[in-house]
Ligand binder design. Structure first.
Ligand SMILES: [Zn+2]
Length: 176
């Protein structure tokens, strides 16, 4: 595995309700002459995480910053007028958290979390990661190999979604 230090977040620059996945983005990127999709992960509108380029391969998502980074793209990033807007919904945010936790735990190391717009004049991912995702960024950056409980703080806990009506019993452990 190559040495990884950073997660760089992107958006697909697509308008609300335009639901595409890694297969479509792969087609776009191959049309540019690339060998494969440039991102390592894609987070769809419904929160499903799709694999893009294999993590052990250098991505193609931020010029001059691909060698040690992981590219994650959420679907969206434009408003109905086609202007940059943070359109990341709750399920996408939960999936981003899960993915960031899993990457830190799997690689067993801290990872810096950045947005594409920190390295480019582009708007992508249509918000400032250091502000909007301040706590997630901090958790990833301070991850250490520990032998003690390392759960994220309550403010970073995942939302429980169920297919049925949402339970209002008030018990946080209740998923019915
Ligand atoms: Zn980008």
């Amino acid at each position: 595995m190559r040495k990884l230090n950073r997660i760089i977040l992107h958006c697909s620059a697509t308008e609300p309700g335009h639901d595409i996945g890694a297969d479509v983005i792969r087609t776009w990127h191959k049309a540019r002459g690339w060998t494969d999709i440039g991102y390592h992960y894609v987070i769809r509108l419904n929160g499903v995480i799709e694999s893009g380029r294999s993590l052990d391969r250098i991505g193609a998502h931020v010029k001059n910053h691909n060698a040690d980074s992981i590219g994650i793209c959420y679907i969206g990033g434009l408003d109905v007028n086609g202007d940059p807007a943070n359109t990341m919904n709750g399920r996408q945010l939960d999936s981003l958290k899960r993915l960031c936790y899993a990457l830190c735990v799997t690689l067993n190391q801290p990872l810096m979390l950045h947005g594409h717009n920190e390295y480019s004049t582009k708007a992508c991912p249509s918000f400032t990661v250091a502000d909007t995702l301040e706590e997630l960024k901090s958790w990833c950056a301070s991850y250490q190999r520990r032998f003690i409980d390392q759960r994220p703080p309550a403010s970073l806990e995942l939302t429980q979604y169920s297919s049925g009506a949402h339970c209002t019993c008030g018990n946080r452990e209740c998923n019915s």
